[in-house]
Design a protein around this ligand. Structure first.
Ligand code: ADP
Length: 499
């Protein structure tokens, strides 16, 4: 039996999962190991990780999984998936980080992207990269690191220091400094890669002040980009797959055709829709990105994020304390025949796509003397569906291929009321796979393809998914959407008037 080692390096933890590849080409998890990660908040809006800790935790979880799965002899390849955009600067000679990693959530370079937008660069950046100008993406983080570390800029020109996102850092460490590479999905999140050619662009490197000499080589998602140092696991393993977390989840779900889409409902929610072999330029402020480039196939995607999904349920629990556990929300919502006209816009940290309003805050509309705790709970769960629908409307406005089903994963999908409501409000069947670790599964499948163990990325699913089919009539849906849009308008107007 052949095993694949999937590394899933996330924002809150590092995990390794061993998958067994059966004769039919299906992957089955056989061992897992996880270590929580410390986050550092040195200033308001700043979020950092210790890249050395990320490496140590990754190595430890990999070694544990290799041991649990019966030793390195059964493993054929390594696949990596990671928190995207998080940026690392390290010394090529010592292999040590020169600064803490700047995490995707970090806003310290907001003034840089605001200046570039004010200078009129956004249209060009969006056309070239698919991305809007925002400190979220790696380019301004890379430049900040080079300026913050004395001498780093000059050393970068001489190739003495290296820049990369998390998978790039991990591949460097795994290969003992032999490979300085990044996969094209991670590169598509930097603002430096041309989305069509999948190469760094000199004009973007100049605009963001990032010397290309310090950047990794861009590789495909399913190719051997190096071999692990034999000293690490007792034998060299090819690193044969790599993709950012949301893109790996797209592959894990088997969303391989135009019109296939997945949404991960965790703390926030991320929608990624496969739009086919050519990028689609968004006019609705969705992000254009690479789905994957693997096995001679390239799939582009449009992406939209919801800032508060599961976090709205956490708020019910920790703020007004209307529930003591997330799962109670389902029965409470179902205890009502309808929402009683109450809508909650969970804009606790602003509104994401397609609104992109950082100043909006949480808003409740439609309260009456009959409104009770269950109305708040139901409104919070319903808001997941309305926000999803807003993203799907943005996709449609951008001319993306129409969706047939919505594939879902993440903690919130345990809530059957919420999933039925998503199906009803979006008018689409909602499908939740039996095995939920889509991100790690995607990394393992890419590695299996890269190592030549499977012919393509087609999923071989052995267990049937849970499916929710839409059953709400059109007029009810439209009336609920009318109530939601009124609530969003109220949130935006309140932000304008208090700003
Ligand atoms: P992340 O990967 O972002 O940490 P997870 O996928 O683990 O998130 O999902 C955790 C989120 O799911 C939490 O915000 C929690 O409130 C929510 N959640 C878990 N179970 C339920 C449930 N039964 N109903 C609603 N929300 C839930």
């Amino acid at each position: 039996m052949t095993l694949l080692l999937a590394i899933d390096q996330g924002t809150t933890s590092s995990r390794a999962i061993a998958f067994e590849l059966d004769e039919a080409g299906a992957l089955h998890p056989v061992a897992v190991s996880q270590i929580e990660l410390a986050q550092h908040f040195p200033a308001s809006g700043w979020v950092e990780h210790d890249a050395a800790e990320i490496w140590t935790a990754t190595l430890q979880t990999c070694r544990e999984v290799v041991r649990k799965a019966g030793g390195v002899g059964r493993f054929a390849a390594i696949g990596i998936t990671n928190q995207r955009e998080t940026s690392v600067l390290w010394d090529a000679a010592t292999g040590e980080p020169l600064h803490r990693a700047i995490v995707w959530q970090d806003r310290r370079t907001a003034d840089v992207t605001a200046r570039l937008a004010a200078e009129g660069h956004e249209a060009m950046v969006q056309t070239a990269t698919g991305l809007i100008l925002d400190p979220y993406f790696s380019a301004t983080k890379f430049a900040w690191l080079l300026d913050a570390v004395p001498g780093a800029r000059e050393r970068a020109e001489r190739g003495e220091v290296k820049l990369g996102t998390i998978e790039s850092w991990l591949i460097w460490k795994l290969t003992g400094g032999q490979s300085h590479v990044t996969d094209a999905t991670n590169a598509s999140r930097t603002s430096l890669m041309d989305l069509k050619t999948m190469q760094w662009r000199d004009d973007l490197c100049a605009l963001f002040n990032v010397p290309s000499a310090a950047l990794p080589k861009i590789v495909g998602c399913a190719e051997v980009s190096g071999h692990s140092d034999p000293a690490l696991f007792g034998r060299a393993l090819p690193i044969a797959g790599s993709a950012g977390d949301q893109q790996a989840a797209l592959v894990g779900h088997g969303a391989l055709n135009p019109g296939d889409a997945k949404i991960t409902y965790g703390t926030g929610a991320f929608l990624v829709a496969n739009v086919g072999a050519e990028p689609v330029a968004s006019t609705s402020r969705l992000l254009g990105t690479l789905g994957y480039s693997a096995g001679g196939q390239t799939a582009y995607a449009l992406e939209g994020s919801i800032f508060s999904a599961g976090s709205a349920i956490q708020w019910l629990r920790d703020g007004p304390k209307l529930i003591s556990e997330s799962r109670q929300s389902e029965a409470m919502a179902q205890s009502l025949p309808d929402n009683g006209g109450v809508y909650l816009v969970p804009a606790f940290t602003g509104l994401g796509a397609p609104w992109w309003n950082p100043d909006a805050r949480g808003t409740i509309t439609g309260l009456t003397r009959d409104s009770g705790p269950a109305h708040f709970v139901r409104a919070a769960l319903e808001s997941l569906a309305y926000q999803t629908r807003d993203l799907l409307d943005a996709l449609a406005a951008d001319g993306a291929p129409p969706l047939q089903t919505l594939k879902v994963d993440g903690g919130v999908t345990a809530n059957a009321f919420a999933m039925q409501f998503v199906a009803d409000i979006c008018g689409l069947p909602v499908e939740r796979p039996a095995f939920q670790e889509m991100t790690a599964l995607g990394a393992a499948r890419l590695a299996a393809l890269g190592a030549g163990l499977i012919p393509d990325l087609s999923p071989h699913v052995t267990e049937s998914p849970a499916v929710w089919t839409p059953r709400m009539d059109q007029s009810q849906r439209e009336s609920l959407l009318g109530g939601w849009r009124g609530a969003v308008r109220a949130a935006i107007i309140a932000a304008q008037q208090s700003g």
